[in-house]
Design a protein around this ligand. Structure first.
Ligand code: B12
Length: 135
């Protein structure tokens, strides 16, 4: 009887430890979608589904998308005041001469901080929109 109880207890402990490992090593907990829109270069929009850890930042989502879809690429530059600027997506870079940049949106609303600071909400739809600014 005692040995049966010990066996059941061991099974329960094993299941819980496997679950713990999966939770830690598996998918992050905040799902979101991200679309890349580049009308200026006549490209079709691309949408990706990914996730970030609890209170994770948008940069983490970009990094995860690159891991699962290596054709999705991006580069950043570091600004001394505001952190990471999203410089290019899929080989297309903004530049001051053409007054182009990657505008960060939540659906249609511009984000008020950059990719290194923004914390996506569950099921949020982020849009990276290649566009121009006018002086
Ligand atoms: C002009 C401006 C822009 C222009 C800069 C282009 C240019 N060459 O002029 C454009 C339109 C490209 C821009 C974009 C963005 N901007 Co802006 N921008 C400004 C603004 C109004 C003035 C900056 C400036 O000219 N300073 C004077 C020059 C001499 O100093 P500077 O250090 O060289 O300026 C550079 C940096 O400010 C940098 N920059 C501008 N915005 C941002 C945003 C981020 C996240 C980073 C890393 C760098 C950066 O570009 C400037 C020129 O090189 C400031 C607000 C303010 N009054 O300061 C907001 C401001 C800096 N921007 C802001 C934001 C949020 C953005 C965006 C994330 C908006 C969005 N939803 O997409 C994007 C960046 C997206 C990306 N790809 O990463 C916020 C940053 C807040 C924060 N703590 O992160 C500010 C403070 C406005 C606000 N909401 O309060 N921006």
């Amino acid at each position: 009887m005692a040995s049966t109880r010990m066996a059941i207890l061991s099974m329960v402990i094993l299941v819980f430890s496997i679950q713990g490992t999966l939770t830690i090593a598996g998918e992050a907990s905040v799902p979101l979608s991200l679309s890349v829109v580049d009308v200026l270069n006549g490209k079709s929009p691309q949408t990706y589904f990914t996730s970030v850890g609890e209170r994770g930042v948008l940069l983490g989502a970009l990094s995860r998308i690159h891991k699962s879809h290596p054709d999705f690429t991006y580069t950043t530059t570091l600004d001394q005041n505001y952190g990471l600027r999203l410089e290019s997506v899929n080989g297309v870079a903004g530049n001051p001469r053409d007054q182009t940049f990657w505008l960060l949106l939540s659906e249609k609303t511009p984000l008020d901080v950059g990719i290194g600071c923004y914390i996506p909400a569950p099921n949020e739809h982020i849009v990276l929109n290649f566009t121009t600014w006018h002086k």
